[in-house]
Design a protein around this ligand. Structure first.
Ligand code: GTP
Ligand code: MG
Length: 371
């Protein structure tokens, strides 16, 4: 493998590229300015200039930071499923999310103005909860995939029964399949003239996706997001899928999870929506996400209600980070302030270097001058 170019190496060592080229020539290696060098040559040349080279696998490094001790089986408890709704333009994703949100408002919460925070949790009459990601589904998946995070348990694929399987329907399906996330098909707009669910099942069958009523394994639900018809049946199917998956987490540990979105607010500073995936997040906790960190000053739900804590699958808005992490970035609570700072700063350094030598997984991270 080749790492950095002659000019990049020259930059790192603070010498001119001509000096590097002539050193290489001295070693019997002919190189040009933009030529990439392999590890052996880099080490040779660097040592000629009095440098030690350390190669760091950045992905490994980031993973190491994020590794946690596993939970024992008996510490795990059921948690609400996390659901993403995807589908083609205009097939009714927003209508479905809105209907579910409005239909499931708990009495005490009614009247609170809903903020769009990218995720919300609904509390069903049967006492169970479901968390919905309210970000454009494919974006959520791409961001998650880029960072290797798995945020969604179940994908609901919305297909308008008066239309057909469309390019973005296929895209949504392949995202879910690639991520290994089970799908439930919501056959929407059945109130419309011209709605033809059978045609949709046929098209799904042509893609090797057989719904249960056709003898296959995929749950599906015909519904009208606009009128609310059969939406509660879809919610039941989601819970059934969650039971099959047996989604669990350990609420009795420090929190970790993913960032849904983050921004800078003039009055409140950095505002970050996070989805807790394991543990419980509390006010005052020290959070690190990517290259940013800070203590949680306050937490809110999407109705702007102050929260003291947020357990597994709960989305919350937190104040107190010193920057805006990217969507899909992981977050984790640290006990020790010095360690939190060190982790965040090391990532900032890695990211700077990554930017410098765009898109390389392995880099020359540290060159210390020999005494
Ligand atoms: P994009 O966000 O643009 O991709 O669309 P979307 O999938 O979020 O669709 P949206 O919910 O905005 O619905 C598109 C149009 O279909 C709107 O005019 C809705 O009112 C209408 N619509 C959605 N669901 C239904 C339904 O069940 N029945 C009928 N008749 N219309 C619906
Ligand atoms: Mg929409």
């Amino acid at each position: 493998t080749e790492f950095i170019s002659v000019s990049e190496l020259a930059n790192l060592m603070d010498v001119s590229f001509a000096e590097v080229i002539s050193k290489c020539m001295g070693l019997g290696i002919m190189v040009s300015i933009n030529q990439r060098l392999d590890a052996e040559v880099i080490e040779l040349v660097a040592s000629e200039f009095g440098y030690d080279v350390e190669f760091i696998d950045m992905e490994k490094q980031l993973e190491m930071d994020e590794e946690e001790d596993a939970d024992a089986e008996d510490e795990l408890k059921g948690r609400p499923p996390i659901v993403t709704i995807m589908g083609h333009v205009d097939h009714g994703k927003t209508s479905l999310l809105d209907y579910i949100r409005n239909a499931t408002v708990v009495a005490g919460e009614a009247g609170g103005i809903t903020q769009h925070i990218g995720a919300y949790q609904v509390h069903l009459p049967n006492g169970r909860d479901i968390t919905f990601l309210d970000t454009p589904g494919h974006e959520a998946f791409t961001a998650m995939r880029a960072r290797g995070a798995k945020v969604t348990d179940i994908a609901v694929i919305v297909i308008a029964a008066d239309d057909a399987i469309m390019p973005q329907t296929r895209e949504a399906i392949s995202h879910a399949q690639a991520a290994g996330v089970p799908m439930i098909f919501a056959i929407n707009k059945i109130d419309k003239d011209g709605a033809n669910p059978t045609k949709i099942y046929e098209q799904l069958a042509q893609m090797n996706l057989l719904v249960e009523s056709w003898g296959g394994k995929f749950q599906s639900q015909e519904l009208s997001a606009k009128k609310g018809t059969n939406v509660e049946l879809l919610l039941e199917k989601i819970l059934l899928e969650a039971d099959i998956l047996d989604v669990k987490a350990n609420p009795d540990r420090e929190a970790s999870g993913n960032v849904i979105e983050a921004s800078l607010d003039k009055g409140r500073g950095y505002v970050t929506t996070v989805l807790v995936q394991n543990g419980t997040l509390r006010n005052g906790d020290l959070v690190v996400s990517g290259q940013h960190y800070g203590r949680v000053k306050a937490m809110f739900n999407e109705r702007n209600k102050k929260m003291k804590d947020a357990g597994p699958s709960v989305p919350v808005v937190i104040l107190g980070l010193n920057g805006a992490p990217q969507a899909g970035e992981k977050f984790k609570v640290y006990e020790d302030e010095a360690e939190a700072k060190e982790v965040a700063n090391r990532r900032a350094q890695i990211l700077r270097e990554q930017g410098m030598r765009a898109k390389k997984h392995i880099t020359l991270a540290e060159i210390g001058r020999r005494l």
